[in-house]
Design a protein. Structure first.
Length: 86
């Protein structure tokens, strides 16, 4: 599964491509957020600003779309990290 090389988050990732649906104080920070299984497939996805076609594209190519850590804001996301250690 992907991980953030800055803070170590390996739970959920956001897409900086899609802005949030609203810019109010309580709005989510990202327009598309997903959590991943260990095989790097998407476990679940929250669409707060992306439409269904965009969400489908992100589902099909997560490496291309999920490029931001929602925990620390870093864009230094690594994929296939478990393979890097073997």
């Amino acid at each position: 599964m992907p991980y953030c090389s800055h803070c170590g988050n390996d739970k959920s990732f956001a897409s900086s491509i899609f802005p949030p649906a609203s810019e109010t104080a309580n709005a989510p920070s990202y327009g598309l957020l997903a959590s991943f299984n260990e095989d790097e497939t998407i476990k679940n996805m929250e669409c707060q600003g992306a439409d269904l076609d965009d969400a489908q594209a992100a589902f099909e190519e997560p490496v291309r779309y999920f490029n931001t850590c929602p925990v620390c804001g870093s864009d230094n996301i690594k994929w296939n990290y478990k393979q890097d250690f073997h």
